[in-house]
Design a protein around this ligand. Structure first.
Ligand SMILES: Cc1cc2nc3c(=O)[nH]c(=O)nc-3n(C[C@H](O)[C@H](O)[C@H](O)COP(=O)(O)O)c2cc1C
Length: 369
């Protein structure tokens, strides 16, 4: 039975209208870097990977996709800054659409989370600062970055605008601006990274200026109804932390209203264990109240707390990362409350076009004939 025809659907499997998109359920594919786009070109094996995870009326977000030749920091991640990239994305998007999915492209610049080896002519990665990520974190010898000059900034904003245009040309329904997880936009927003003294540093308003200039440029290029944004104000990933994450969260949730973004996608504050219970030291509640569009929550969700989040109005949609990676038919498994495949961390980022990518079994495979 299709998710949207259930008589007594669980909250995660109820329909939802996100702007102009009619979603049949609330189980979103979170953006997941898979490092299988050789030389930054999306590959035909991604057709199967994404279409396996597509349901009629489901929302999918691509893996982080580079906006320019300085945007990369990991091996074999896709780009969307050349004609070749756009052409390579087209059959992938087409396959998702054929199965009735809504598909957003996550557009990304890593900033200082990179090394000379990923940069054109071996130059320094760019950032809000010239302080590097501590070499050795995640086993990588991160290179010291070059602080962007004020005159460089419009060029980077323009790269995001062009990438968004390219995404629409490739057939995507919209883009998600990656403002999370310690990458370039986050490096401007967080006061423990941004040490600038110009109009892009110092006050909260100044630190968020770069993010909001990108939002404005992208919205003007492709229309607000096609633009979402991902944020992780509470996280400290890649040494990108803020001394007052609640203020940052609230400021951004309020500021983006001016641009009518279709959604905000927020990674939950890290869970901390209090005795036997997992508790979060912060809540998305204030962002939810401030932001007028759709709120997507992500980070550590399972079936039962995803249902709870939707039922209580804490979030409109819930994105699942590792569970969706390992369970291509996750909405169906949630529908049936079926057991889940376990994810295999050791194959998350290998370049193999099948193993750990398109070979996770569907539920049918478990059912005896
Ligand atoms: C293999 C892997 C790759 C990821 N790649 C991205 C990415 O490209 N962009 C992004 O915003 N988050 C990325 N994330 C974070 C996930 O989108 C998600 O926020 C995180 O896994 C927590 O959700 P989960 O507990 O449902 O997995 C990645 C996570 C994993 C495990």
């Amino acid at each position: 039975m299709a998710a949207n025809t259930l008589i007594n659907p669980i909250p995660l499997l109820t329909p939802y209208k996100m702007g102009k998109f009619n979603l049949s359920h609330r189980v979103v594919l979170a953006p997941l870097t898979r490092s299988r786009s050789y030389n930054n070109v999306p590959q035909p094996h991604a057709i199967l990977y994404y279409s396996q995870r597509t349901t009629d009326g489901g929302l999918l977000i691509t893996e982080a996709t580079g906006v320019s030749d300085t945007a990369q920091g990991y091996p074999e991640t896709p780009g969307i800054w050349t004609k070749e990239h756009v052409e390579a994305w087209k059959p992938i998007v087409e396959a998702v659409h054929k199965k009735g999915g809504t598909f957003f492209c996550q557009i990304w610049h890593v900033g200082r989370v990179s090394t000379y080896g990923f940069q054109p002519n071996g130059q320094a990665p760019i950032s809000s600062t010239d302080k590097g990520v501590t070499p050795g974190i995640d086993g990588v010898d991160w290179s010291p970055p070059r602080r962007l000059e004020i005159d460089d900034i419009p060029h980077i904003v323009n790269d995001f605008r062009l990438a968004a245009r390219n995404a629409i040309d490739a057939g995507f329904d919209g883009v998600e601006i990656h403002g999370a997880n310690g990458y370039l936009i986050d490096q401007f927003m967080k006061d423990q990274v941004n040490d600038r003294t110009d109009k892009y540093g110092g006050s909260l308003e100044n630190r968020c200026r770069f993010a909001l200039e990108i939002v404005e440029a992208v919205v003007n290029e492709i229309g607000a109804d096609r633009v979402g944004m991902r944020l992780s104000p509470f996280a400290d990933y890649m040494e990108s932390a803020d001394s007052n994450p609640n203020s940052l969260a609230l400021y951004m949730a309020t500021a983006v209203n001016k641009f009518n973004l279709v959604y905000l996608h927020v990674i939950e504050p890290r869970m901390v264990k209090m005795g036997e219970k997992l508790e979060t030291p912060h809540s998305l509640g204030p962002m939810r109240n401030a932001f007028k569009g759709t709120l997507i929550a992500a980070g550590g969700y399972n079936r039962s707390d995803g249902n709870k989040a939707v039922e209580e109005g804490y979030a409109d949609l819930v994105a699942f990362g590792r569970l969706f990676l390992a369970n291509p038919d996750l909405p169906r498994r949630f529908e049936l409350d079926a057991p889940l495949n376990r994810y295999n961390r050791s194959t998350f980022y290998i370049p193999d076009p099948v193993i750990g990518y398109t070979d996770y079994p569907f539920l049918e495979d478990h059912v005896p004939a």
